[in-house]
Design a protein around this ligand. Sequence first.
Ligand SMILES: [Zn+2]
Ligand SMILES: [Zn+2]
Length: 147
Amino acid sequence: MTEILTGGCQCGGVRYEVSAEKPYRTHVCHCTDCRKQSGSAFSVTWIIPKDSFRLTQGALKVFTSEAQSGRAKRGAFCPDCGSRIYNEIDLRPGLLSIKPGTLDDASGLAPTRHVWVQSKLPWVDIPEGAEVFERGVEKAASARSPA
Ligand SMILES: [Zn+2]
Ligand SMILES: [Zn+2]
């Protein structure tokens, strides 16, 4: 079943909707780039098909940088308040990484995976039962159980 989730930036100028299929798959990324981007200890990412995203109000500005994986990453944000709405990574063509903190209701998007744990801050605890990856998910061979 498809549900419509709505969201927007901090100033309200940008609004969007996502038509999403459950289960929602979200993960926490502890890479240094996500820390800079979010201004916090980590970022939360929700990967969706690009064509399920629709901008309903305002316009986005795009910033291009290099992800810790070495791949190009384009971040779309509100030009007025700077809220990051999504990232687009060369690694995942056709997909967007939505920032769930911009959703009106992100209560159903509890992350089950933690990636780039090798650069995690020491005071961040990983919940028991989470899937843990030293680096990106594509390096699944390095997966281990949380300590
Ligand atoms: Zn804004
Ligand atoms: Zn990251």
